[in-house]
Design a binder for this molecule. Structure first.
Ligand SMILES: NC(=O)c1ccc[n+]([C@@H]2O[C@H](COP(=O)([O-])OP(=O)(O)OC[C@H]3O[C@@H](n4cnc5c(N)ncnc54)[C@H](OP(=O)(O)O)[C@@H]3O)[C@@H](O)[C@H]2O)c1
Length: 326
């Protein structure tokens, strides 16, 4: 057994909670494989885990996705061989490491032509965009949607995909540089939500009607405005909390604002079976390999730079996807 690097969190908190350790590589148990990482993904959920917003039993590893090769196989596993190129995006947390042991039935084979870095940087984000656009609200050509944080990791992929599906995409972003990027990647219109009144702009852009669906991962800061941007019987898809969790609200609010629908989806519940996982991954791989969605990996970090990566992501200083190279 050789020692390798991995991050652990003993007490949830800010970036200083991230402790880089040396430990022997773990051996896979029944139904598990060990993946030696070539590239690791960075996601906002890693920050919720680290900070304790999404509680985990301490001490815990961090990071949900990576790509690499199978380098050890536990008892009872069939269908995988050492050396297979694979990726995963559903944990258990611990991808911030040289290698990680994961359930064999959560692994995905990487198609030829898809680079490890692209898979690691976008699998979780791409599968999220896939279920949000195809299942949570099956988007139809000609419909208009509002997507917050359009220049972010999930946002940049999803807006391009929505455009490819024939939708009209209104995005929100935090700066002019992000607006330029979002416009180059699928948005028809961009609203600078730190300067402009989002509700007013969306009403103007939709002849007063509002949109049938809002995809909101910003959470606390955008919640009320998002509801006010919806047409009667529209769907509010609240899928993240980058600015903090949405506070509790009364169902009456949905009635007052137009008999609205509200959902708080998470990728895990759209990939409960292996068939669901593989079907979403196929949709995503096809979107990338066909060129329908371009992948922008705009930040790169070494494994020992993850505290800086977290600061950049939480500080709104990133665009598109990030990758960590062990
Ligand atoms: N439910 C699910 O299944 C699921 C799966 C994956 C991701 N998500 C969620 O999707 C969102 C995007 O994830 P990501 O990893 O791709 O991150 P990201 O979009 O690259 O980064 C978050 C972005 O949110 C915006 N933001 C607005 N207010 C913020 C604040 N107070 N603090 C920090 N950021 C703020 C920033 O863009 P601007 O500067 O343009 O405002 C920032 O760049 C996250 O909320 C994540 O939790 C949910």
């Amino acid at each position: 057994m050789t020692d390798e690097r991995r991050y652990r969190v003993y007490t949830p908190g800010d970036e200083s909670a991230l402790t880089l350790e040396q430990a022997p590589s773990a051996e896979p148990g029944r139904g598990q494989v060990r993946v030696r990482h070539t590239a690791i993904g960075l996601n906002f959920i890693d920050i919720y885990h680290r900070s304790g917003l999404y509680p985990l039993d301490a001490p815990f590893g961090l990071g949900l996705e990576a790509a690499g090769v199978v380098d050890a196989i536990g008892p009872g596993v069939s269908g995988w061989r050492e050396g297979d190129r694979v990726a995963y995006c559903s944990g258990p947390p611990g991808a911030y490491a040289d290698s990680h042991v994961v359930p064999a039935d959560r692994l995905l084979a990487l198609p030829d032509g898809l680079e490890d870095e692209v898979a690691a940087a976008t699998l979780l984000k791409g599968l999220t965009a896939a279920y949000l656009l195809h299942h949570t609200y099956p988007l139809k050509a000609g419909e208009t949607l509002l997507w917050h944080a359009a220049a972010g990791g999930v946002g940049l992929l999803a807006c391009q995909w929505a455009k490819h599906l024939g939708a009209r995409v209104i995005g929100t972003v935090g700066s002019q540089a992000k607006a330029d990027l979002a416009m180059a990647r699928g948005c028809d219109t961009v609203i600078l939500y730190r300067d402009e009144d989002v509700v007013e702009r969306v009403r103007e852009l939709t002849a007063g009607q509002g949109v049938p669906v809002v995809y909101d991962s910003v959470g606390k800061d955008t919640f009320e405005a998002s509801l006010d941007c919806l047409a009667p019987r529209g769907l509010m898809v609240s899928f993240g909390n980058a600015s903090g969790a949405v506070p509790p609200f009364s169902p009456l609010l949905l009635s007052q604002k137009g008999s609205l629908f509200f959902t708080r989806p998470t990728l895990a519940h759209y990939t409960t079976t292996r068939d669901e996982l593989v079907a979403l991954a196929d949709l995503w791989f096809d979107a990338v390999l066909s060129g329908a969605v371009q992948v922008d990996i705009n930040q790169r970090y070494a494994l020992n730079e993850i505290p800086r990566a977290h600061r950049d992501l939480a500080g709104r200083n990133t665009t598109g996807a990030s990758v960590i190279i062990p």
